[in-house]
Write a protein that binds this ligand. Structure first.
Ligand code: FES
Length: 112
């Protein structure tokens, strides 16, 4: 059984200020969509884009396996906010970095 977390409100479980998971799952079965190369390019673009910032944030951009949103990929999720973004394009990266990784704002047009 799950325990209530209410007694743990003042404890931080976050190792990073922002932790981003980018799906890079690639399927051999071409009948099924997967984020694959698009996800890899997306992750690289996010990492490259973050190099411009001198903010003292502890950020991690991880490759992820399938996030179970394959038809809406490439998909990413940003913690601790729990922002899920779908059909992300490389041109979306500067806005994602500024608003959701450096900032804490949700970009509504990237929801499902
Ligand atoms: S392959 Fe990316 S969400 Fe499933």
């Amino acid at each position: 059984m799950f325990k209530k977390l209410s007694n743990l409100e003042n404890i931080s479980f976050n190792k990073y200020d922002k932790h981003v998971f980018v799906c890079v799952n690639s399927r051999i079965d071409l009948d099924r969509t997967s984020c694959g190369d698009q996800g890899l390019k997306l992750r690289g673009t996010i990492i490259e884009g973050l190099r411009k910032y001198s903010y003292n944030l502890n950020i991690r951009i991880n490759k992820s396996g399938c996030l179970n949103e394959c038809k809406l990929g490439p998909a990413i999720v940003i913690y601790p906010q729990g922002f899920w973004y779908y059909n992300v394009e490389l041109s979306d990266v500067p806005e994602i970095i500024e608003k959701s990784i450096i900032g804490d704002d949700y970009i509504k047009r990237l929801k499902r």
